[in-house]
Design a protein around this ligand. Structure first.
Ligand code: NAG
Ligand code: NAG
Length: 190
């Protein structure tokens, strides 16, 4: 390889490494959805509130089944709930992957808080079951990484959906787990 070719290869490698780091390993919507996000409105950063939810669907343990399920969720949000696009900001599969939903844009997940929070939804039904260890770890890693990238405030407040709306989401089992996380709050500071 000539010197300038090597230089270009090196630049590409650096670019890929930086890109991977910036997005915290999140599977982008462009990789699993058939169309880009409809009507994206940026959230103002850093975001201060994280709302934990569950999808009340089956769990998914492989990329293929997670993608299929997410496309169904998206279709349901648009066709039945008449949201402009998929409601939650990010979704977590039992395979330990984080999938971008509306991402760092205003979503439709927590009435009254959509423009100042992200909704992090665990794929599954966690009233009586716990998410997998991989899913729980993926959520924690994603939140830590998002603080490092300044998308999330370092003193963010984390709550369960049922604390800010009349719902039992994210399910009693998952709620009891998140109450042990360092950023969990009884009440959000507004
Ligand atoms: C932070 O937000 C930007 C878009 O506003 C996005 O490109 C980047 O991947 C985000 N970082 C994380 C950690 O998700
Ligand atoms: C939204 O955020 C992206 C990425 O951070 C930025 O490139 C874009 O200019 C922003 N759009 C608006 C309307 O501020």
């Amino acid at each position: 390889m000539k010197g300038n070719e090597m230089y270009i290869v090196l630049l590409l490698v650096i670019k890929i490494v930086v890109a991977t780091d910036l997005d915290c390993g999140v599977v982008p919507l462009s990789q699993w959805g058939s169309t880009p996000l409809n009507n994206p409105v940026n959230l103002s950063k850093p975001v201060h509130i994280v709302v934990i939810q569950h999808t009340v669907t089956g769990q998914c343990f492989a990329d293929e089944s997670c993608v299929k399920l997410l496309n169904n969720v998206r279709k349901q949000h648009v066709d039945m709930l008449e949201f402009s696009d998929i409601g939650n900001s990010f979704y977590i599969g039992s395979n330990g992957k984080v999938y971008e939903g509306s991402g760092w844009h205003v979503g439709a997940h927590s009435k009254g808080l959509n423009s100042k929070s992200i909704g992090l939804s665990f794929i599954g039904d966690f009233r009586e079951e716990s998410p997998t260890e991989q899913a729980l770890q993926a959520a924690k890693d994603f939140l830590d990484c998002s603080v490092k990238n300044h998308n999330l405030s370092d003193d963010y407040d984390l709550v369960g959906h049922g604390q800010v709306a009349s719902t039992i989401s994210p399910g009693a089992k998952l709620q009891s787990l998140i109450e042990t996380w360092p950023h969990w709050r009884q009440n959000i500071s507004m």
